[in-house]
Design a protein around this ligand. Structure first.
Ligand code: TYM
Length: 329
């Protein structure tokens, strides 16, 4: 049986990118693997969230996790800060993580550009905390979207480096898991590469149908194709990429043909895309409303997850301490 680990930062509502890039794969994997899914609240500290919103954000993500189909009887669902053993592994891995590789990380460079007034050490060492999250359960596979590819590669490097340095074969080198083989990137509606909370271009799972229609209607398009079978510009390709995950194959084929013969009407495509997003996310919205009415279900789910994650994390810390030479008197 494989061990699978994945997490989502506790920054509020989940969007289509979180769901189709990562969560949907988690849900499939929980049927046959030993799964640890957590809410990364330590990670959210890099942006200094207001203490008053930290917990409501964690609760939001947890509710939506469960609404998407994560099952606390099949996976350990827990809050990162409920298992602080990860911080000890983070410290140990940081001793073998080098400034050069950390400053070169794309996510660090992006964030340092976006928040120049707050380039803190947590931001710099974000990838070692993520590696600790994964290695503490000695994961085989990590279902994540394409934007996390580099962090996962660093995780493998940290695992390899630890094994080489201490001459052990302790940590596995975890690989990304995605539906099929290709890692997914869900684009934004503004013609940009990625749907993301900080990009402000998201469709949230909890958005009501009217909001979804409005957002899709406003999506960036161009004047339309003038040459048959031409390549699509990024903003149009993005709409087709969204269709790939929510629409039926015949719907996609219909609009592909219209694109190819230059008869496409973006208004029709957007109407269909919005309807398909609404249909795909309807069951999740219904379940969010149900869970909002039953907070005790959430409490039980994370209490159970915490216990299981803690047991696994404590075992790793005990073994890693031994490998590194810590001894008790
Ligand atoms: P986060 O919170 O940014 O995103 C959570 C998950 O959603 C995926 N995702 C996307 N996938 C495809 N297209 C998109 N537009 C898109 N936006 C988000 C992400 O790839 C991710 O899988 N560092 C992680 C959280 C984390 C973690 C971990 C993940 C902390 N420790 C250990 C796995 C294992 C993050 O910021 O994800």
């Amino acid at each position: 049986m494989k061990t699978v680990v994945s997490g989502i930062r506790s920054t509020g509502n989940l969007h289509l990118g979180n769901y189709y890039g990562a969560l949907k794969n988690f849900i499939r994997m929980q049927e046959q693997n030993r799964c640890f899914f957590f809410i990364a609240d330590y990670h959210s500290l890099t942006t200094h969230p207001d203490p008053a919103i930290l917990h409501p954000n964690v609760k939001r993500v947890l509710t939506e996790y469960l609404a998407c189909g994560l099952n606390p009887e099949k996976s350990a669902i827990f809050i990162q800060s409920d298992v602080p053993e990860v911080i000890e592994l983070y410290l140990m891995l940081n001793m073998h993580a080098y400034l050069g590789e950390l400053t070169k990380t794309t996510s660090f460079k992006d964030k340092a550009r976006k928040q120049p007034e707050n380039v803190n050490a947590g931001l710099l060492t974000y990838p070692t905390l993520m590696a600790a999250d994964i290695l503490i359960h000695n994961a085989d596979e990590v279902p994540v979207g394409k934007d996390q590819e580099q962090h996962l590669e660093m995780t493998r490097n940290f695992a390899k480096r630890f094994n080489n340095f201490y001459k052990v074969d302790y940590f596995k080198e975890p690989i990304a898991y995605s539906d099929g083989t290709k890692m997914i990137k869900i684009p934004g509606l503004d013609g940009s590469g990625k749907m993301g909370k900080s990009e402000g271009n998201c469709i949230y799972l909890a958005d009501d149908p009217k909001t979804i229609e409005k957002k899709v209607k406003k999506a960036l398009t161009d004047q339309g194709p003038t040459v048959q079978n031409s390549e699509k510009p990024e903003c149009i390709q993005n709409l087709f990429t969204l269709m790939d995950v929510v629409s039926k194959p015949e719907t996609i084929a219909f609009f592909e043909e219209q694109w190819n013969n230059c008869s496409i009407r973006y208004g029709d495509l957007k109407k269909q895309l919005a309807a398909d997003i609404i249909e795909a996310t309807n069951p999740i919205r219904e379940r969010i409303a149900e869970l909002d009415a039953h907070p005790e279900f959430l409490r039980k789910a994370v209490a159970r997850g915490k216990e299981e994650a803690q047991e696994s994390a404590r075992k790793t810390i005990r073994e890693v301490r031994e490998i590194m030479g810590f001894k008790s008197f």
